[in-house]
Ligand binder design. Structure first.
Ligand SMILES: [Zn+2]
Length: 69
């Protein structure tokens, strides 16, 4: 099943956390990533939400039906 929202921060790899890799499939975003939304995370009372990025194929796979019109 396709995950529609970015995984939580604790599941991200270092590359995904840094925005270097797709947050869904972990492929390199050297060719340009697309904003994928917010990965949720926290440590104690500190919120560690970060913006993550995805590759074009993963972004297209999650685009709602008809949203590209
Ligand atoms: Zn991907």
């Amino acid at each position: 099943m396709i995950r529609l929202t970015p995984p939580p921060v604790i599941e991200l790899t270092y590359g995904q956390y840094q925005g270097w890799n797709c947050c869904y499939c972990n492929s390199s975003l050297a060719g340009g990533g697309l904003p994928a939304g917010t990965s949720r995370g926290n440590s104690g009372a500190h919120h560690l939400d970060i913006n993550v990025y995805a590759c074009p194929p993963c972004t297209a796979a999650r685009r709602p039906e008809g949203a590209d019109q």
